[in-house]
Ligand binder design. Structure first.
Ligand code: PMP
Length: 429
């Protein structure tokens, strides 16, 4: 990784920390730099090839450099149509999303998931006249002020009293008042949710949830949990926000809401929708989104729905509709999970593997001690680091916290390669 090392030294002189976002080293001497990708493969600055399951943190659902996406984006650029908003394709994209996702009656486009979450909070506050939000332990909803805090509740009487699994260490610079904007509850615990809402419902503007908890492990909702959540929100006039930044266009064309049969008031889509181009969506029922239409709530942004990003999203959806890769992605993911389970068993490794298939998580933990999801979050981080680094050295990339994403470009051969690689790595960590 010599060239990557040199690039980092050069980058550090002009980029804070050497890269444009937070990174962790996972046993490497330095951050690595990548030059290009094609299909399921990506290449680093030293010319090494990798089988890629990171998909650039999720967006590359069609794999790297999908020709249809690139052609559509180029066509717009070459025709001098590089401007933001107020163009035909923006209407086409909104029509398409609305047709695929019934709860998306109206929408606005923005640049990333964090920003769309922020807009949803603002709409929910304006709609309900209430100030607080409720979210779940282990979930991630971006990096903007208020969502970074989070000590979680032990009981409805004892809010903020225990360390939640995803308390961020970076709280310097956040407005102090934003600490109290959230009630944080354990995921999948409908009873505690009921009790908490019975006591606090008139303070809460919205409940936000990832439909599958993907940012700490990869844990699907208990049967009836999302439906129970919907019912409680209806009962107390609370806005239900589904954060589909990861699940949208990944579990199905209708998102997790179609997959699990639940209708949110507001939804956020980002990542997979535009194959890596910066586009996110805040969508929802007319009654909520009308607040943007009539100017009650402000949402803006110079770069929103630029023609190139909208072209990328339309092209991505076109391919997804034509190829219908979802059954294949579920099957490949399942095969990979099964294969990993088998070799971990053979290697006598406590590898916990969880997830629906198109994305899943691997973590080392004492399998016998796992009773609820909280136990599954106490991974052996050092060992996970060695596993990720070992896989990388053998040519397979996985997201550092143990998350794997399957793309439409992955094949049965790729799955086989990943399993064979893990077989070697698991013997030596
Ligand atoms: N919500 C979820 C569920 C996410 O996973 C992420 C990013 N990983 C975000 C919100 C924030 O999105 P972005 O990074 O595009 O701002």
């Amino acid at each position: 990784y010599k060239k990557s090392g040199e690039l980092l030294e050069r980058a550090k002189k002009v980029l804070a920390g050497g890269v444009s976002s937070e990174f962790r080293k996972y046993n490497y001497p330095h951050a690595l730099f990548y030059t290009h990708g094609k299909g399921s493969r990506v290449y680093d600055a030293d010319g090494n090839e990798y089988l890629d399951f990171t998909l650039s943190q999720g967006p590359l659902i069609l794999g790297h450099s999908h020709p249809h996406v690139l052609n559509c984006v180029n066509e717009y650029s070459e025709n001098g149509q590089l401007f933001a908003g107020q163009h035909l394709r923006e209407i086409e994209l909104a029509e398409k999303i609305s047709q695929l996702i019934p709860s998306a009656e109206l929408m606005r486009f923005c640049l990333d998931g964090s920003e769309a979450v922020h807009t949803a909070f603002r709409i929910a506050r304006a709609k309900t006249g209430r100030q607080k939000f409720l979210r779940f332990e282990g979930h991630y909803h971006g990096w903007l002020d208020n969502v970074c805090w989070g000590l979680s509740a032990k009981s409805p009487e004892d809010l903020g009293s225990r360390e939640s699994p995803n308390v961020f260490p970076w709280t310097q610079g956040l407005p102090q008042g934003s600490r109290d904007e959230f009630i944080v509850l354990p995921w999948n615990d409908l009873q505690l949710l009921k009790e908490t809402l019975a006591k606090h419902h008139d303070e809460i503007a919205a409940i936000i949830t990832e439909p599958v908890m993907c940012n700490n492990g990869c844990i699907v909702p208990n049967k009836g949990f999302l439906q129970g959540l919907r019912k409680l929100c209806d009962q107390y006039g609370i806005t239900l926000i589904l954060d589909e930044v990861i699940t949208g266009f990944r579990l199905s064309l209708g998102g997790a809401q179609q997959h699990f049969g639940i209708t949110p008031d507001l939804s956020i889509f980002a990542k997979a929708i535009a194959s890596g181009y910066p586009l996110s969506v805040i969508a929802g029922k007319r009654e909520w989104l009308n607040l943007l239409e009539d100017g009650t709530v402000i949402q803006a942004g110079t770069m929103n729905s630029s023609n190139a990003t909208v072209a990328a999203a339309l092209a991505t959806i076109e391919v997804l509709e034509k190829e219908k890769p979802y059954d294949r992605m579920f099957n490949l993911g399942q095969k990979l999970m099964n294969g990993l389970k088998q070799i971990a068993f053979e290697a006598n490794q406590n590898l916990l593997i969880q997830g629906p298939g198109p994305m899943f998580h691997t973590g080392f933990t004492n399998l016998e001690a796992v009773k609820d999801y909280r136990d599954t979050l106490s991974y052996d981080k050092a060992k996970l680091g060695r596993f990720i680094a070992g896989m990388h050295d053998e040519g397979v990339r996985i997201i550092g916290r143990g998350l794997w994403y399957i793309s439409a470009a992955h094949t049965a051969k790729d799955v086989e390669q990943a399993i064979n690689t893990a077989r070697i790595v698991l013997k030596n960590i």
